[in-house]
Write a protein that binds this ligand. Structure first.
Ligand code: HEC
Length: 100
């Protein structure tokens, strides 16, 4: 995936935004992650990696929920959603899809 730097960047920005209590920046970072997961989903759909596709869908839904919470200024909920989302990201990394 050529967008990995972007992903790293977006999740990093989310963490900074939460530390700074900057709900707008947090919502923006989560929205970027959501869009990225949408692209990731198309990528793995084309490769017919169904387990990976299911995880991108989950990660995208959780990013979207967390973004909505951040947009409402509720950084605690956004942070909780972000942690849940990260579990999905990591679950997919454990699958080692890049070796298929
Ligand atoms: C469909 C499975 C899948 C999901 C879901 C997924 N990733 Fe990944 N991710 C991968 C694969 C496969 C690679 C390795 C790609 C490569 O080497 O080309 C990767 C690589 C990365 C890297 C680069 C790691 C490095 O050391 O260079 C980052 C950062 C990353 N993912 C973050 C995330 C985040 C954040 C999420 C959740 C929002 C996420 N990923 C969700 C499959 C996934």
């Amino acid at each position: 995936m050529s967008k990995r730097g972007f992903t790293k960047c977006s999740s990093g920005h989310f963490r900074f935004a939460v530390t700074d209590k900057d709900a707008k920046a947090a919502a923006a970072a989560l929205t970027k992650i959501e869009a990225l997961m949408q692209k990731t989903e198309s990528y793995w759909t084309a490769k017919k990696a169904n387990d990976g596709v299911a995880l991108t869908k989950d990660a995208r839904a959780l990013a979207s929920e967390a973004a909505a919470a951040a947009a409402k200024g509720s950084l605690a909920d956004a942070g909780a959603g972000f942690e849940k989302m990260t579990a999905k990201c990591n679950a997919c990394h454990e699958l080692h899809l890049e070796k298929r």
